[in-house]
Design a protein around this ligand. Structure first.
Ligand SMILES: Cc1cc2nc3c(=O)[nH]c(=O)nc-3n(C[C@H](O)[C@H](O)[C@H](O)COP(=O)(O)OP(=O)(O)OC[C@H]3O[C@@H](n4cnc5c(N)ncnc54)[C@H](O)[C@@H]3O)c2cc1C
Length: 323
């Protein structure tokens, strides 16, 4: 299908963009990379009268890591693509979780066009970026003709595909704090095919002092409606890294209790719940073993029907083989 008839505007300044947004109200829509919006328009799930293409707007294309040690931040402008963020060595150094999770976002072709800010604005519970913003304590800056405001992830995300942004607001940038040097971070997910949205995904920040765990926070993809964060600090603090296997079972159980996945044709709710626990357990053990760095995850080594099996009590072998 094709979108319903619409006008496309190509402003070159933020002021011009804000004027267009103010004038068009609910009938205007910002177009960034178009990787989420264009399919929605083509399927006529939305029919705005005006698209405001922000890809040529000056001053929103910066990607920078600034600030002193301990208060460093990554500022991602509204037109910065996923790919630019993913390929930035400075970003990976300051916030490895961001770089790692980005490699799970679709395929390179999509990451070449899609923007990190657009992904946050789209607020898809299956998207990795809203989760990373929430888990790392990030925020966005939004501007309209009425002024400017800053929102953290909790203030921004109010439901699946729903944010607290007004129709005349432009997110100018997203800000991700650098992670403390001592923290170990990781992300992993399982998708039916490489590049697909995850059936379940888990991000983690593990704090360690010597050989002792001092904190653990988890964020989720595809198994919560909004990027809720599970703080397991109390449950795991004081555990020794060498006890990772025992503690991992506690982590998996807590994750399964916390999330509330829905089911669909790809996976039942019970299977997603089981899967999130397995991923969390593996990720926790990986972070306990190492500094947490890894490549793109998959179902490597999945076998058997124990705690660590991708085949849950309610899953089946077909799902395991596809994974
Ligand atoms: C085949 C395919 C697979 C994909 N797989 C994944 C995946 O695994 N994980 C994942 O996270 N994403 C995935 N995506 C989505 C991709 O990450 C998108 O790039 C992203 O979700 C939206 O970014 P965009 O720049 O394309 O935004 P657009 O599609 O242009 O816009 C998305 C929405 O955000 C709004 N918006 C955009 N920018 C702003 C702004 N600055 N201020 C206010 N509102 C704004 C738009 O009005 C629109 O409502 C996939 C996409 C495709 C096509």
């Amino acid at each position: 299908m094709k979108p319903s008839p619409l006008r496309i505007h190509r402003p070159t300044t933020v002021d011009e963009t804000l004027d267009l947004l103010a004038a068009r109200g609910d009938t205007g829509k910002i177009l960034a990379g178009g990787q989420s919006l264009v399919p929605v328009l083509n399927m006529r799930l939305a029919a705005p009268s005006d698209l405001i293409d922000i890809t040529s707007v000056a001053g929103i294309d910066d990607l920078e890591v600034s600030g002193a040690d301990g208060s460093e931040e990554i500022c991602v402008g509204a037109s910065v693509t996923h790919r630019r963020v993913e390929r930035s060595a400075d970003v990976t150094r300051a916030n490895p979780l961001l770089g790692e999770a980005l490699r799970f976002v679709a395929h390179p072709a999509v990451r070449n066009r899609g923007t990190t800010v657009g992904s946050i604005a789209h607020a898809d519970p299956n998207g990795e970026m809203p989760m990373v913003l929430a888990l790392t304590g990030g925020r966005i800056e939004a501007r309209s003709r009425r002024g400017e405001r800053t929102l953290d992830a909790e203030e921004l995300n109010i439901g699946p595909l729903e944010t607290s942004l007004e129709s005349d607001e432009l997110i100018t940038r997203a800000i991700f704090p650098a992670l403390p040097a001592g923290s170990r971070t990781g992300f992993d997910e399982l998708a039916r095919r490489s590049g697909d949205y995850a059936l379940a995904g888990v991000g983690m920040i593990l704090d360690v002092d010597g050989e002792t765990v001092t904190g653990l926070r988890c964020g989720f993809v595809s198994v919560t409606d909004v990027p809720d964060i599970l703080d397991l600090g109390e449950a795991v603090s004081g555990a020794e890294l060498g006890d990772a296997s025992t503690v991992a079972a506690t982590v998996a159980e807590a994750v399964r209790d916390f999330i509330d996945p829905g089911g669909d044709i790809h996976a039942s709710a019970d299977y997603r719940r089981h899967l999130a626990g397995v991923i969390a357990s593996r990720l926790f053990r990986r972070l306990c073993r190492s500094d947490g760095s890894s490549g793109r995850g998959d179902a490597r080594g999945a076998s058997g029907r124990g705690e660590d099996s991708l085949v849950g009590a309610t899953g089946d072998d077909t799902e395991s083989r596809r994974a």
